[in-house]
Design a protein around this ligand. Structure first.
Ligand code: MG
Length: 170
């Protein structure tokens, strides 16, 4: 049996990851309305990845014979009033998710749940990449966002992103 705190945090993380998917769909929707279809594509794929993360936590609990409790997913509540505010909200959100993963890791470490720690290792690495991607996007926007021709190029670059299933298989 899993430690109650570790189990509860992982169960809660299912909801947090689905919320992330919902938030990024909202971002995608913002850029779709703006006519920046590359940015919309980037966040649409980001939403798909977040759903995958939710399913990994869901499967992990099931594989360990723990009951999953699904809760209501909150409404995305970020005010999206400029392209840069969306990008910055993305980085802030990823930093928050990193803190959540760290909290679960700390709880697992506390009770010597090495299986959970090994599972969470993938997410620790993933969060590093998520923050790097969010930072890169902000840097590129700062450099090129004010010039229409460059923004067009950046949008085209982001349009090329394709969905890939997570490298972690349970
Ligand atoms: Mg995630």
């Amino acid at each position: 049996m899993m430690d109650k705190k570790v189990r509860d945090l992982i169960n809660q993380q299912i909801n947090k990851e689905f919320y992330s998917a919902y938030l990024y769909l909202d971002f995608s929707n913002y850029f779709e309305e703006r006519g920046l279809d590359g940015f919309a594509n980037w966040y649409y794929i980001q939403a798909q990845e977040e759903r995958d993360h939710a399913m990994l936590f869901y499967q992990y609990l099931q594989n360990n014979n723990e009951r999953v409790t699904l809760e209501a997913i909150a409404k995305p509540d970020r005010v999206l009033d400029s392209d840069m505010s969306v990008l910055k909200a993305g980085l802030e959100h990823e930093e928050y998710v990193t803190s959540l993963i760290n909290d679960i890791y700390a709880a697992a470490y506390e009770v010597k749940d090495f299986r959970a720690m090994q599972f969470l290792d993938w997410f620790v690495k993933e969060q590093g990449e998520e923050e790097e991607n969010a930072n890169d996007l902000i840097t590129k926007m700062e450099l090129f966002g004010s010039d229409p021709k460059s923004l067009y190029m950046l949008n085209s670059e982001l349009k090329a992103r394709v969905y890939a299933a997570p490298s972690l298989v349970l």
